[in-house]
Design a protein around this ligand. Structure first.
Ligand code: ADP
Length: 325
């Protein structure tokens, strides 16, 4: 016997895509919606995981190409568009370099210059070829190239989960896919969601927050996945600059993108982190309004850059002195 309760709240957790995910929905069917959302996450994880030899992406890497499902086709096309617009800062063919550094296995090592140069020579998303035949899309990779959609997969996934929730009639939900937040509608009381942005220098603190409805809030930072080289004490993190093959170190320590387009938000958080302070600011000036996103970025001096569109909805938790528009 179940009683339908329009104020019902249901929360569940799942481990997928190498991270803990939390889904909360409100209203009638909240439980069913959350469970269907988890099923959608598991479906996409099985499709996109590079570590699972049976996944579509792993099969493409093993075979140098293959036919693409609708989801993978969409993601590859979005990734290539971001590759183009960021002049290569976002490059899904970075995977051989990720492997070399051990970020795929946890078996970390600073590679030799020669090994790095050899892997970097395989990185060039401009050489990925997509063809269409009778409505079936296929991908072909040059010899040795491997792709990894890890830079946009979680963003896409949160968007898909929200679509699933809406099909269950849900109007209020919040999900957190390992630091990638996405909110649907307003809080059950009608007010905007308040989402904190992690302080890159203090995992228990926040650099600020945003007050939003129907948005993804996605942060990239060097503090998420990294190792310290014992010999030199140098810290290497999992966002790689395709120009150098090393961890991106171009002045930004945290980039948050706020957008209704969660796939874009995920791709751009990585991209702008790679681009670095100056180029990221220029990218925002050119693209924010047109492409529908906002950015909150912190540089290595602790200065915050906040785009106009989110300024009024930014929740300042520290001091305003360092904020630049
Ligand atoms: P996370 O997925 O840990 O939240 P990001 O969204 O910033 O962090 O994405 C980092 C992931 O993106 C890496 O684990 C790797 O799979 C991939 N990646 C790293 N560097 C690049 C790059 N320059 N372009 C595209 N993808 C990248």
């Amino acid at each position: 016997k179940t009683t339908k309760n329009s104020n019902a709240e249901y929360t569940s957790e799942v481990f997928a895509m190498d991270t803990y995910m939390t889904l909360t929905a409100y209203g009638e069917n909240a439980k069913e919606a959350v469970e269907a959302g988890i099923a959608e996450i598991q479906r996409l994880d099985a499709l996109l995981s590079t570590g699972d030899a049976n996944s579509e992406v792993a099969q493409i890497n093993q075979n140098g190409g293959g036919t693409l499902s609708e989801d993978t086709d969409y993601l590859v096309k979005r990734a290539l568009a971001i590759y183009q617009s960021t002049q290569g800062a976002f490059d899904i063919s970075i995977y051989p370099v990720m492997q070399l550094w051990g970020f795929t296995t946890g078996d970390f090592a600073v590679p030799s210059k020669e090994d790095l140069a050899a892997k970097l020579a395989l990185v060039n998303a401009g050489r990925i070829s997509l063809t269409e035949d009778n409505g079936v899309s296929s991908i072909t990779l040059p010899e040795g190239m491997e792709i990894d959609l890890g830079g946009i997969a979680k963003g896409y996934t949160s968007g898909r989960v929200m679509e699933v929730m809406k099909r269950y009639g849900i109007e209020s939900a919040v999900i957190n896919l390992g630091g990638n937040a996405h909110v649907l509608g307003s809080k059950p009381d009608g007010s905007a969601w308040k989402v904190g942005i992690q302080d890159p220098n203090d995992t228990n603190g926040y650099l600020g927050g945003v007050s939003v409805r129907d948005k993804a809030i996605i942060t990239s930072g060097g503090y998420e996945r990294y190792f310290v080289d014992e010999a030199t004490g140098v810290k290497y993190h999992h966002i790689i600059d395709p120009k150098t093959g090393y961890s991106a170190n171009n002045g930004l320590i945290s980039v948050t993108i706020v957008s209704a387009d969660s796939t874009l938000a995920d791709g751009l958080s990585t991209s702008l982190f790679v681009l670095g302070t100056e180029d990221a600011i220029a990218y925002c000036e050119e693209h924010c309004a047109e492409d529908g996103f906002d950015a909150i970025m912190e540089d290595e001096d602790g200065k915050l850059y906040i785009t106009d569109g989110i300024m009024d909805d930014f929740i300042n938790m520290n001091n305003t002195a360092n904020i630049q528009e």
